[in-house]
Design a protein around this ligand. Structure first.
Ligand SMILES: Nc1nc2c(ncn2[C@@H]2O[C@H](COP(=O)(O)OP(=O)(O)OP(=O)(O)O)[C@@H](O)[C@H]2O)c(=O)[nH]1
Ligand SMILES: [Mg+2]
Length: 605
């Protein structure tokens, strides 16, 4: 039986390969994989082969001008300590770290950034000199970066150091962040916030994004609600968006806690990094909306909120399952610790550890208690199977500084291709007075400019309509261009609000008009099902921002059951949609859950 995390990793690699493969297909022979027949192996091998050959070509070009770890390179320690001789090397090293992280990076003073296995030892005076030198070069116009020390600590050296004549060493990490960034290039990281009803999600977001503290009776969440019934019941029912900005030194922008509420424009203007939170609903009634928020919102990270008193109950496990299935790194905030007796808190923490370590999750819980824990967790979060766990209170403020610091350090790790043709998934639609129809969502690939001609669709007949983008807004500010990976909204020309819906796409106008899909083949894993699944089985299916009931029309065996990995052909019940091979699929019906990846699309309605 395949475990969830193995299959999730497989699905993720398939999506990544599809995203990277786009370019190689365009420049190679342009052959399309065979459609309709259930033959995943052939599709797999063909695309894997073309990607491999592209990589081979790239390797021979030696395009990478980054400094390489080699014998001849000046040692990291030398670079940091001897500025008179090695200034250029230190500058190029720091530039490499900053470019690698799209404008920022965490630098350890005791691990070589080009080869983290190489550990170096610094005496306290050496550490201080290294830090001073890093500060000196970062001020230079060619770098123009701010340096913020995240932690530093002196520690007793081991025996080998004693041999060399010193016992105490100093270790530490710094954040290096570019000072100047334009709105359209601003680093954006999306964090989806999930957890059971009443866990304290909206409250924590209110406290983080607006400042101040909660009163335990719903004070902090009021500003986040979008509907009158939400204010009355205190329950989130829609997908809310909040932003949190950090300046170049990691201070939060606009979350002063005063009665004055900073506008998005002010937050963005003062920030060098912006986090977008997707506030999701915890009540089971809104599960479809929450799964849609997780699938369509393209979150980079998931923040799972658990009430300390209640533990991981209700929808929390469901949400964790979806996050794991999508392979999005998850961190946990155990909140309301102010109102929780120590023994109950302990049992909640034990329960979370047990679930995270279980074979289905295989995550290593890391409890965060210091700035050092935060910096190390943020550095290893994406690459390793760790799950940072914070213990906090939105009422007393306990632990919130660690959460803020962690959010400030979250690395950009999206896989978006700016050079591929422009594609955009619609997550929400609005009708704005004097502007007209506005659609919001995430640019999944390419770049678009205000005024560009585009297609929008598919409509109920599977057709696309030609139109143009009147204007673009990013974080509620007008911009000229939108790039892959950014969440933006477009005002559309000559399109009525009732003609657009979530799950539609906006595409570049190419030589061939785009085509919608009525049936497609996916490779799936059945996570949970009471009996067996046969053809004619129906379920709610999520692919990106698309959410629609589908029927299974073909199976590669008579029936499938829990734990089975199968190739399945689905048919959309209502209307054709725009989907592509490599996209992740999630389906559910009652207690049944399935996860998969689109392998092949057969066209037509
Ligand atoms: N004592 C205490 N109360 C808290 C804390 N965080 C949240 N609360 C209270 O818990 C209640 C529920 O909080 P919400 O933020 O609405 O919960 P939610 O997770 O957004 O709930 P849904 O949107 O319905 O899923 C509110 O009355 C908050 O004031 C905390 O840290 N300590
Ligand atoms: Mg809420």
């Amino acid at each position: 039986m395949t475990s969830l995390n193995e299959f999730a990793a497989y699905v993720h690699s398939q999506s990544a390969a599809a995203a990277n493969g786009k370019k190689s297909n365009a420049i190679s022979n342009g052959k399309k994989p065979k459609s309709s027949a259930i033959n995943p192996a052939s599709v797999d091998n063909a695309s894997a082969h073309s990607i491999q050959s592209e990589l081979d070509v790239l390797a021979t070009l030696t395009l990478n001008d980054a400094p390489t770890p080699s014998e001849t390179r000046i040692a990291y320690k030398e670079c940091m300590l001897n500025l008179t001789e090695h200034k250029t090397e230190l500058v190029s090293l720091i530039r490499h770290v900053v470019e690698d992280g799209r404008g920022e990076g965490i630098l350890s003073l005791t691990h070589d950034p080009l080869d983290p296995n190489v550990k170096i030892e610094l005496t306290p005076p050496e550490y201080d000199l290294a830090l001073e030198n890093i500060n000196t070069v970062c001020i230079l116009p060619e770098l123009d970066c701010a340096v913020t020390e995240l932690y530093s600590t002196e520690q007793q050296g081991d025996k080998s150091e004693k041999k060399h004549g010193f016992e105490v060493t100093k270790v530490g990490r710094v954040l290096i962040r570019e000072r100047a960034v334009s709105v359209s290039q601003l680093l954006e990281i999306r964090v989806a916030v999930v957890g059971n009803v009443d866990a304290g999600k909206s409250t924590l977001l209110g406290v983080l994004t607006k400042g101040g503290l909660d009163d335990g009776r719903g004070k902090a969440r009021v500003n986040l609600f979008r509907h009158k019934h939400e204010i009355e019941t205190g329950r989130t029912s829609s997908v809310g968006m909040e932003i949190m900005g950090f300046d170049e030194t990691g201070r939060t922008v606009g979350a002063s806690g005063s009665t004055y509420k900073a506008s998005w424009k002010e937050i963005v203007a003062g920030s060098r990094k912006v986090l977008t939170f997707i506030d999701l609903a915890g009540h089971e009634k809104y599960l479809k909306t929450t799964v849609f928020g997780l699938m369509g919102g393209s979150p980079d990270f998931v923040m799972l909120i658990v009430g300390a008193n209640a533990g991981m109950i209700g929808m929390a496990k469901e949400h964790l399952g979806v996050a794991l299935a999508l392979n999005v790194p998850v961190f946990v905030c155990v909140t309301k610790v102010d109102m929780c007796p120590p023994n109950i808190l302990q049992s909640t923490v034990n329960q979370i550890s047990k679930i995270l370590r279980s074979p289905g999750c295989r995550k290593m819980p890391v409890f965060i208690n210091s700035n050092r824990d935060v910096a190390e967790a943020a550095t290893n979060f994406v690459s390793q199977r760790i799950c940072p766990v914070f213990q906090i209170s939105s009422v007393t403020g306990q632990g919130l500084d660690h959460v803020r610091m962690f959010l400030n350090l979250l690395p950009f790790h999206g896989q978006f291709d700016e050079t591929a043709p422009f594609e955009f998934e619609i997550n929400d639609t609005f009708s704005v007075p004097f502007v007209g129809t506005v659609v919001s969502g995430v640019v999944s690939s390419g770049t678009v400019h205000a005024g560009d001609s585009v297609y929008i669709g598919p409509d109920s007949l599977g057709q696309f309509t030609g139109t143009a983008i009147r204007s673009i807004e990013r974080k509620r500010q007008g911009v000229d261009t939108a790039h892959a990976g950014q969440s933006v909204s477009f005002a559309m020309k000559k399109i009525r609000r009732r003609d657009v819906r979530k799950g539609m796409v906006v595409l570049a106008q190419g030589a061939e008009p785009p085509r919608s899909v009525r049936e497609f083949v996916a490779e799936v894993l059945i996570l949970q099902h009471a009996t067996t699944i046969k053809t004619r089985y129906q379920a709610m299916l999520h692919v990106g921002a698309v959410a629609q009931t589908c029927t299974i029309v073909e199976l590669d065996r008579p029936y499938i059951r829990t734990g089975d990995r199968a190739t399945v052909k689905f048919r959309f019940m209502l209307r054709p949609e725009y989907i592509k091979p490599g996209q992740k699929v999630l389906f559910r019906e009652g207690r049944t859950r399935g996860l998969g990846v689109v392998k092949d699309v057969s066209y037509g309605t």
